[in-house]
Design a protein around this ligand. Structure first.
Ligand SMILES: Cc1ncc(COP(=O)(O)O)c(C=O)c1O
Length: 424
């Protein structure tokens, strides 16, 4: 969808919506309302995606099967619970560009991160560092530091942080690669966000993986802000593992079950150490309840527990919408919507704010991070009062994402109007 040149008018935004082939998907989501009953301008899909209208019917189906069948629901429910998680496998694989055997939907993001590090972070005296981005999401920082300590090393020396150049917010791809070239021999694990949660910068995942593997490092990505935000090609890029949550761009609901990718070169069961549970055991003999763990091949061999059916149900609804819409088309609209937001913000030459997200579409997803020095969380509250939902990251950043499944050009136009008014 080629949208340039843009115009700063409500009529132009309305015309863009009228010719948007994906506009009708908005009707498939529940949009929060303002006190006066209007749709909010919801720009917070980078934090919590909206509820698909069909989510409750999937949930109710699970509740009905439980009510009517009890334990029999495991095998005889309308959608039996034992293989339920597999309803999501093909769509998840498509979403992240993986083979079906390389993905599994299980647990939550930080849990999966720990499980992956249990298998893939194998520090030695010579090679024990973990490379992360400075200011990585706190849960990742805590997880990584605790793993370093768990193995008897010191985060003071084993944690290596990527830092932007002085006075800048985003990293240069070449700086990332030269750090890996320089320090690679001491790095056990490179763990970066596919998209940085504060700045919205997309990392060059293919280049980083290549550089890391050349140096013998394990490479993993936290794709919390990338999954469902842009097409990914994990199998081809070939990191060792990746993890993501399903409640942001994937609209699976608060705390929804997370995703995990393990490259097929690690598929051979039993080659890697892992923390085991019965749901990762070979399904052919699982119910013989034997004492010896025999992992399934592929990502499913990392499962621990039987899946939470009621938490998976809403994700089915959302993944069906993704399949219908198609990630490539969504990405085209996303680039255009975000470009329109940037264009409108650029009309205001106010020194009071600046966008810190990279300007190049290929270096960002849907999110724009607007730095507003001198403002505080009250700005976010003022905007919420005006029907605009974004979020605030201390000390001075307002984050917004125009999500192509349910946001419109008019949302973007009205947001920028209200944002400027809130700054007056
Ligand atoms: C980048 C990133 N990593 C990790 C997490 C933590 O996720 P969870 O609470 O699902 O473990 C989040 C949550 O927003 C996140 O944005």
């Amino acid at each position: 969808m080629n949208s340039a040149p843009f115009q700063a008018s409500e009529e132009f935004a309305a015309a863009m919506d009228a010719r948007d082939p994906l506009a009708h998907f908005r009707e498939r989501f529940c949009l929060p309302k303002t006190k006066s009953g209007d749709d909010c301008i919801y720009l917070c899909g980078h934090s919590l995606g909206l509820q698909p209208k069909t989510a409750s019917s999937y949930l109710e189906q699970g509740m009905r099967d439980w009510a009517q069948l009890g334990v029999e629901g495991h095998f005889h429910g309308k959608t039996p619970w034992v293989p339920y998680h597999r309803l999501l496998t093909q769509q998840t694989a498509t979403l992240v560009g993986a083979h079906p055997a390389e993905v599994v939907v299980m647990n939550s993001l930080t849990v999966n991160l720990h499980l992956m590090m249990a298998s893939f972070y194998r520090p030695t005296r010579e090679r024990n560092k973990i490379l992360v981005e400075r200011g990585a999401f706190p849960s990742d920082q805590y997880a990584v530091k605790s793993q370093i300590c768990f193995h008897g090393f010191d985060p003071g020396s084993s944690l290596l942080e990527l830092t932007p150049r002085d006075g800048e917010f985003c990293m240069h791809d070449e700086d990332v690669e030269s750090l890996i070239d320089r320090e690679g021999e001491s790095i056990a694990l490179i763990l970066l966000g596919g998209v940085n949660y504060v700045t919205g910068q997309v990392f060059d995942m293919a280049g980083i993986t290549k550089a890391g593997r050349r140096k013998g490092c394990v490479v993993g990505f936290d794709l919390a802000h990338a999954a469902g935000n842009m097409p990914l090609r994990l199998h081809d890029w070939a990191p060792d593992f990746a993890v993501w949550c399903s409640y942001k761009y994937l609209n699976g609901g608060p705390g929804c079950v997370a995703g995990c990718f393990i490259h097929e070169r690690h598929a051979v069961a039993g080659e890697l150490p892992r923390f085991a549970g019965w749901w990762g055991h070979d399904e052919k003999t699982r119910f013989q309840m034997g004492p010896v763990f025999q992992p399934m091949a592929g990502a499913e061999g990392w499962q621990l527990s039987n899946p939470p059916i009621l938490a998976l149900a809403p994700l089915r609804a959302s993944m069906e919408i993704f399949s219908e819409a198609g990630l490539e088309r969504l990405r085209d609209k996303s680039v255009s919507l975000t470009g329109y937001m940037e264009f409108l913000l650029d009309q205001h030459t106010s020194p009071r704010f600046s966008v810190i997200t990279p300007r190049e579409p290929q270096r960002r997803g849907a999110q724009l991070s607007i730095r507003v020095p001198g403002e505080g969380r009250e700005l976010c509250d003022r905007l919420a009062g005006a029907g605009v939902i974004g979020d605030w990251r201390e000390p001075d950043t307002f984050r917004v994402a125009a999500v192509p499944l349910y946001n419109s050009y008019q949302d973007v136009y009205r947001f920028v109007q209200r944002f400027s008014a809130a700054l007056q």
